[in-house]
Design a protein around this ligand. Structure first.
Ligand SMILES: [Zn+2]
Ligand SMILES: [Zn+2]
Length: 110
């Protein structure tokens, strides 16, 4: 019986469209993009303007703005990291040390 409850709680919904992981810290790409923008802004305002979120429909609700989302924070930050790497490796390095693909602190920040 207990096991049944547990399985229900870990039912496979609210998964990321890209990595198929359950989205445990739901912040949509648009809200994340705002956080990332403000970090990049400190180093390169022009590049910061290039960062934008993209809405991906999903069953998960963003804890910050309340819209539906389907891409996890990890996948979105990887996309942005790869983009920054192409444009400015120094900023990409700073980005990875701040966000570290571990969005727990970012969720607190938002
Ligand atoms: Zn993902
Ligand atoms: Zn949001």
């Amino acid at each position: 019986m207990y096991l049944g409850v547990k399985l229900y709680m870990h039912a496979p919904f609210n998964r990321c469209v890209e990595c198929d992981e359950i989205i445990s810290n739901p912040l949509c790409s648009e809200c994340l993009a705002e956080c990332m923008k403000s970090m990049v802004q400190e180093y390169n305002p022009a590049l910061a303007e290039e960062i934008s979120g993209f809405a991906i429909e999903g069953d998960t609700t963003c804890i910050s703005c309340g819209q539906g989302m389907g891409l996890c924070a990890h996948c979105f930050s990887r996309e942005i990291y790869e983009y920054l790497q192409e444009k400015d490796a120094a900023i990409a390095k700073e980005f990875s040390s701040r966000f570290d693909f571990n969005l727990r602190t970012l969720a607190d920040f938002a």
